[in-house]
Design a protein around this ligand. Structure first.
Ligand code: GTP
Ligand code: MG
Length: 683
């Protein structure tokens, strides 16, 4: 044993697999499951037969679109791996998973384009305080040396990247690896355990150099090791292993292992590292601030609606145990009864009678329970350990079922999908009578739509949501309105003179009267205002009217024939004629936009702002984000609808934006005509 608390932690572990898009996460999970015997053989992702990515949506787009859970056994212990999607549009899936896992395996590759995506992930892990191992994948096709690759990747990580293995090459081709802690060579065999070998003489010098640099990094947190290095004493192997484990758990370093997931190479070393070095549930509980005591505490990581089994809440048992049928308290004080406990292997489930501390299982039929919630056996409910806060949506479309009869079915299905995916939001826009679905990108919403059509058999139509245009006037006008009807018995009579005048932007509507001598009685003044407000719902251009003042200056009434309705009619008549003469103009909402982007794409982003009628307010380094900028601009809402698509394509998928309403601005010319035409058709 070394001097530090590096001893192995036993018990079930939960490991999140994260990393930039298409880095090989799903391939790695498949390799792990094959290597540990959970599945008979490793299937390539292209076969569509992997344990993860079995959904038709994932297959159609050749990418993971949701987290996939698989429990396996390795050397007598239980490990649950959760393969998270790499695309930024689905990145929110990983958050509740990362919160309750013990360690993350970050799958990366030697690709400069994916550095910003890797940086986003590493920061998320820092924010959540999750220890991590970096698995440098695809070494089969790597041209650059591993140490150069690490230099390239280091800026993405706050903690030093600590190389634990170097590749063993023959004629330039990677044929195995050398483990720097064990000082052993491993010759890769496809889909099989590597063959242990002596380090070839030619590689010895390289190995010693890399090993020394590993030890130097470890010595930064171990004075005894530092002294041994200075005095050129060979440190005991156990002490090195203890340091490696302790530094990983404390987040002091990010150990780096290498391999080729596609051929199952490097997988066993990774598993052994996880088994030996990963922290256990105790550390995870501490990180989350879970309460001490005897109560059962459960953290929900994901919600799934299965076609037959109903709702499943994939959960980590942080403490205590859960038996089938037991009651759990929700944070608010409600309770839910566990009906079914399952061990997961992708879409397959095996029923269990109970789950113990550290297990990651699916709990059945917890109807009121949501992803991210903390449940407990303690009466009254637990403190919520982790807040699920999805980022602001960046893409939206308005949705309706192709057939009217599907309306109720569609809204129920969307509710279920939103429960599975808290980053999806749904609202009804009163203005346009549209159901608007918002999410994190075009692909995100496309997948939602495919799920509606596939899983739920509802054909839907989607289009860009309506922009909330308004209209106002540019000129004042005085106008009389008379409503007079004599048809049999009671007549109708109302007569008003109004002054309409423009107001400054953002003033809304103001109504006044300067009636003297009771020429229009008080109650009818009220009717005039009501009539005008009603008219303002749709002005001469067909949009709600804003920033207008109307003063009732004169009028007359009839003791018998005047009525509330008659004065409302007179007011509307006056408005209709008067407004048309006030030089009406369309107003469009303009947003203040804040775009975050890797600095090397800043000039591209700045160039696209004027193309979208935007105005650049400025740009600067993003505070606390080395290598990133923030660009501030104003931009009409109509131009923001598909902004994210362009931002993402300019930045390998990582730029994003936030927008808040800023002001209304006049819109004239062709674009105004188009808006009015579209509105006319919709009405
Ligand atoms: N050359 C090489 N290719 C690999 C390796 N591992 C995975 N790939 C390929 O990389 C591509 C992406 O693999 P996936 O496993 O789907 O990647 P992923 O990280 O799960 O992707 P997302 O979940 O969509 O982010 C596939 O074409 C794989 O065949 C590897 O070790 N070497
Ligand atoms: Mg994947």
């Amino acid at each position: 044993m070394g001097t530090r608390a590096g001893g192995r932690r036993t018990g079930p572990k939960c490991i999140a697999i994260v990393g930039p898009f298409a880095s090989g996460k799903t391939t790695l999970l498949e390799a792990i499951l094959a290597r540990t015997g959970a599945i008979p053989r490793q299937n390539p992702v292209s076969s569509g037969n992997t344990v993860s990515d079995h959904s038709p949506e994932a297959r159609a787009h050749a990418m993971s679109v949701e987290a996939s859970i698989a429990t396996t056994e390795f050397m007598g212990e239980q490990f649950t791996f959760i393969d998270c999607p790499g695309s930024i549009e689905f990145s929110f899936e990983a958050e509740p998973v990362l919160a309750a896992c013990d360690v993350a395996v970050v799958v990366a590759e030697a690709d400069e384009k994916k550095i910003p995506a890797l940086q986003l992930i590493m920061r998320k892990l820092d924010d959540l305080g999750v220890p991590r191992i970096l698995f440098l994948n695809k070494v089969d096709k790597a041209i650059a040396g591993v140490r150069d690759t690490l230099k390239m990747l280091q800026p993405t990580s706050a903690a030093p990247l600590l190389l634990r293995q170097i590749p063993l090459r023959k004629d330039g081709v990677v044929i195995g690896s050398i483990d720097l802690a064990l000082e052993r060579a491993y010759i890769y065999r496809e889909y099989a355990e590597s063959e242990v070998a002596e380090i070839p003489g030619d590689d010895k010098a390289r190995e010693l150099e890399a090993r020394f640099s590993m030890l130097e990094t470890l010595a930064d947190h171990d004075d005894e090791l530092m002294e041994q290095l200075l005095e050129e004493i060979e440190p005991p192997k156990d002490a090195i292993f203890d340091d490696l484990a302790a530094d990983l758990r404390e987040g002091a370093v990010t150990p780096v292992l290498i391999g080729t997931a596609e051929k199952g190479n490097g997988v066993l070393r990774l598993l052994k590292t996880i088994r030996h070095d990963a922290p256990d549930i105790e550390a995870t509980r501490k990180r989350l601030g879970a309460p001490d005591g005897n109560a059962t505490v459960v953290q929900v990581m994901k919600t799934i609606h299965t076609p037959h089994g109903g709702k499943l809440s994939v959960s980590r048992i942080l403490s205590g145990q859960v038996a089938d049928g037991s009651e759990l308290w929700l944070p608010g004080g409600d309770t839910a009864k566990v009906s079914g406990i399952y061990r997961m292997l992708g879409k397959e489930q095996v029923k269990l009678s109970a789950a113990r501390t550290g297990d990651t299982v699916a709990l059945g039929k917890l109807d009121a329970v949501k992803t991210g919630q903390t449940l407990t056996s303690a009466k009254g409910g637990a403190k919520q350990l982790f807040d699920v806060e999805p980022p602001q949506p960046v893409f939206a479309f308005a949705l309706r079922p192709r057939e009217r009869k599907d309306e109720v079915k569609m809204s129920a299905a969307i509710q279920r999908l939103a429960e599975e995916d808290p980053s999806l939001s749904l609202r009804h826009n009163q203005d346009s009578a549209e159901t608007v679905l918002s999410g994190h990108g075009e692909m995100h919403l496309r997948v939602v739509r495919e799920r509606l059509e596939g899983k739920n058999q509802i054909l839907v139509e989607g289009h860009a949501p309506a922009v909330p245009y308004r209209e106002t006037i540019r000129k004042p006008v005085q106008q009389r309105g008379r409503h007079k009807k004599q048809s049999g018995g009671h007549g109708q009579f109302g007569d008003v003179v109004i002054e309409i005048k423009p107001l400054p932007r953002g003033s809304g509507f103001q109504f006044t009267d300067t009636i003297t001598g009771g020429v229009v009685p008080k109650t009818y003044i009220q009717s005039v205002e009501t009539g005008i407000r009603d008219y303002l719902k749709s002005g001469p251009l067909g949009f709600p009217v804003v920033d207008v003042a109307v003063n009732l200056s004169d009028g007359s009434y009839h003791a018998v024939d005047s009525s509330d309705m008659a004065f409302q009619m007179a007011a509307k008549l006056a408005m209709k004629e008067g407004m048309a003469a006030c030089s009406p103009v369309l107003l469009e909402p303009v947003m203040k936009v804040e775009i975050v982007t890797p600095s090397d794409a800043t000039s591209k982003i700045i160039a696209l702002i004027p193309q979208r009628r935007g105005q650049i307010l400025g740009y600067d380094a993003r505070p606390d984000w080395p290598g990133w900028d923030v660009v501030e601009a104003t931009m009409p809402q109509a131009e923001i609808g598909d902004l994210i698509i362009e931002l993402r394509s300019a930045t390998s998928g990582v730029a994003s934006y936030r927008a808040v309403f800023d002001h209304m601005a006049e819109l004239t010319g062709r674009l105004a005509d188009e808006a009015m035409n579209a509105n006319g058709k919709a009405a």
